[in-house]
Ligand binder design. Structure first.
Ligand SMILES: C[S@@+](CC[C@H](N)C(=O)[O-])C[C@H]1O[C@@H](n2cnc3c(N)ncnc32)[C@H](O)[C@@H]1O
Length: 229
């Protein structure tokens, strides 16, 4: 895509990618959309040359004269489940010849995420965790093809497994503590958080053993799709 008038960063978080989109499309009106005002406050401060709006993925609708040429979403849409309706809806919001470009982690069935859910349900901390951050299952990759392909002119869809080579003690737990473990930890009193984290580390060890050189490999699968209407 050479140029764009309206670009949307859906699930923009603190605006990391919104700023990059503005660099890539300097003449475009770039709008970051996120459900969390705390994230948007940071994004507004970090990327003052973009606009930001609070909304839910399921209901966000562009202003009438601002149909997006590009809806971009990085590491966000996997937080909701209704993809069979969400993806057609997003495509329907695009301007003619518009593009939907999405990346989602696909880790719900890997021990990395599955054990978070299992341990959250089993330990004494479960009463605090009430659906805290349970990994939502993506559809099978073929289902994205089936849902999207009939509605678009072209579709590129692929998965890549990155091998993250981590260092340090309980390196996978440390990695998770900055991302998918956060919604669980945030809901727990300190002593419960410590217990939950220790149980998670223990359960992870056989799945992600330390290598002879002391590193730990975390295979991390991501689904990418670029659909052009
Ligand atoms: C992991 S962050 C990704 C942030 C950003 N895209 C990036 O690449 O740095 C996921 C974001 O999705 C937002 N989010 C999750 N569910 C949402 C929903 N239903 N509607 C709107 N935003 C949502 C969260 O608030 C969070 O900021």
């Amino acid at each position: 895509m050479e140029t764009a008038g309206h670009v949307v960063d859906l699930g923009c978080g603190t605006g990391n990618m919104t700023g990059i989109l503005k660099q890539r499309f300097p003449a475009a009106d770039v709008l970051g959309v996120d459900g969390a005002e705390t994230m948007l406050d940071k994004a507004r401060a970090a990327v003052p040359n973009c606009r930001f709006e609070q909304a839910d993925f399921a209901t966000w609708t562009p202003a009438k004269a601002a149909a997006p040429d590009l809806i971009f979403s990085n590491a966000a849409l996997h937080w909701v489940t209704n993809h069979k309706t969400l993806f057609p809806r997003l495509l329907s919001l695009l301007a003619p010849h518009g593009v939907l470009a999405v990346q989602m982690p696909s880790m719900h069935d890997a021990p990395f995420r599955a054990l978070q859910n299992e341990i959250a349900r089993e330990g004494p901390w479960s009463r605090f965790l009430d659906d805290a951050g349970y990994a939502r299952a993506l559809l099978p990759v073929e289902a994205y093809y089936d849902v999207i392909r009939p509605k678009v002119a072209t579709l590129d869809i692929w998965q890549t497994t990155y091998l993250h080579v981590l260092t340090g003690k309980d390196a996978v737990t440390e990695w998770a503590a900055g991302s998918s473990l956060r919604p669980f930890l945030d809901k727990l009193p300190p002593d419960q958080a410590q217990g939950f984290r220790a149980a998670y580390s223990e359960a992870l060890r056989p799945h992600y053993p330390e290598r002879p050189d002391g590193t730990t490999i975390l295979p991390f699968k991501r689904l990418f799709l670029i659909a052009r209407i």
